[in-house]
Write a protein that binds this ligand. Sequence first.
Ligand code: ATP
Ligand code: MG
Length: 222
Amino acid sequence: MSQQITLAQLKRWLLRYADRIDQEASYLTELDAAIGDADHGVNMQQGMHKLRQRLLNMGDPNDAGLDVSGFLRMTAMTLISSIGGAAGPLYGSFFLHAARTAPHAATVDVTELADLFRSGLTGVRQRGKARPDDKTMIDALEPAVAALEQAAATGAEIPEAMAAACHAAEQGMLHTIGLEARKGRASYLGPRSIGHQDPGATSAYLLIQTAAEAFSENGVPE
Ligand SMILES: Nc1ncnc2c1ncn2[C@@H]1O[C@H](COP(=O)(O)OP(=O)(O)OP(=O)(O)O)[C@@H](O)[C@H]1O
Ligand SMILES: [Mg+2]
């Protein structure tokens, strides 16, 4: 049987992401101050604090009667109702669309993971109408999903596949520095947005980075 990602690992991912957002909140806000309205760190913290509470109250997701799809759907609903600004509906769409593709099972393999990440990305694209190179979170997510799909197609195990996704997300995030923003508040700056890293691409990179960490560990207590 191929390697599986468990509900406990999905939970560990999002708890770790909540911690990473706390650590990086002022950095995200600083990035948003340069080309937006200096609230991305605070927006993300609001949502992730709420999600952390829900996850901690839930205990073992299996005992809470959740499968992978239900778990991702609960995550989407929590984020949609609690992240402020543009990022709430966008991250909410990621998890909502991922939930629609996710299996009604307690685990996912690397191919199913690539499929549900692809759906999540499609959700963000439908919601925000941004395309690659518009200088948004898409610029980190799109290469990450492509790398994950490619790794899955060549039979890579989860740690290797997630390392490739993480590296691609980082490159995509760094690529936003040279781009002119065409979506969101940053687009009002036109060419003056060039030279600054996109805050949403940065939080999206952290999402993939924490997934790579959580999915590559096994049997670590929560
Ligand atoms: N249409 C879009 N599609 C995808 N991502 C987007 C879009 N618009 C903005 N973003 C992402 O959202 C980030 C800004 O999120 P933030 O939490 O600061 O919300 P906001 O201040 O309401 O955003 P904005 O004013 O840019 O719409 C941007 O850095 C960008 O990555
Ligand atoms: Mg903002």
